[in-house]
Design a protein around this ligand. Structure first.
Ligand code: FMN
Length: 188
């Protein structure tokens, strides 16, 4: 697939088959990630890969508990709607995807976050080119940055989790979300 086609065909997938990505495919995606541009050649990224279903489910339950306490602390109308959506027992933060790649880094300079997000986009596009579905899971960032989970996942104390990405084979076709026209402020 051409890069430009992957850009236009990528979409967030939230329904997966039970088939796991094999090891070489995961390596392939991580290799795509580390070819992203990187400020001052820092290459700050490090990766955690989780394919253990029980662990993913436990993490999802924990993330929901954390969300619950956030909602309770700040029960606005919007939060109530979110609470109804996210806290139903069957909701899984990772949509039952079979693989989670977590991008971590030591936040040592201003552009570490940018590097991690560029690496993320490489994973999303490389996955699309291989007909693998993906979705960034911002909802899991907070839980993954707790000392308990960092320790369990082998993430050093001085590292931060920047991006969790779920991956797997889409179980159904979904349509690509349209975008608003580009807001070009100046073209001189
Ligand atoms: C920083 C970030 C965090 C996101 N977090 C979540 C999330 O927690 N759960 C989810 O279902 N989708 C999440 N998404 C996916 C967005 O909802 C999705 O990209 C957006 O609706 C546009 O749809 P598309 O990716 O299919 O084009 C996240 C995307 C980004 C960039």
């Amino acid at each position: 697939m051409k890069a430009i086609d992957a850009i236009y065909e990528r979409q967030s997938v939230r329904d997966y088959t039970a088939e796991k990505l094999d090891e070489s495919t995961v390596f392939d995606l991580v290799n795509a990630a580390i070819h992203a541009p990187t400020a001052m050649d820092e290459e700050p990224w490090a990766f955690v890969i989780i394919q253990d279903k029980t662990l993913l489910n436990r993490m999802s339950d924990n993330a929901k508990k954390l969300m619950q306490s956030g909602f309770e602390a700040n029960l606005t109308q919007g939060n109530k709607l979110q609470q109804e959506h996210f806290l139903v027992p069957e909701f899984n933060v990772f949509y039952n995807a079979t693989t989670l790649i977590v991008i971590c880094a030591k936040p040592v300079s201003d552009f570490v976050s940018a590097d991690c997000w560029l690496a993320t986009q490489n994973i999303l596009l490389a996955a699309t080119a291989r007909k693998i579905g993906s979705c960034v899971i911002g909802l899991a960032v907070q839980i993954l940055n707790t000392p308990k989970w960092k320790q369990e996942l082998g993430i050093a104390e001085d590292m931060s989790v920047f991006v969790p990405i779920i991956l797997g084979f889409p179980s159904k076709e979904t349509s690509i979300k349209p975008r608003k026209p580009a807001n070009i402020l100046t073209w001189k």
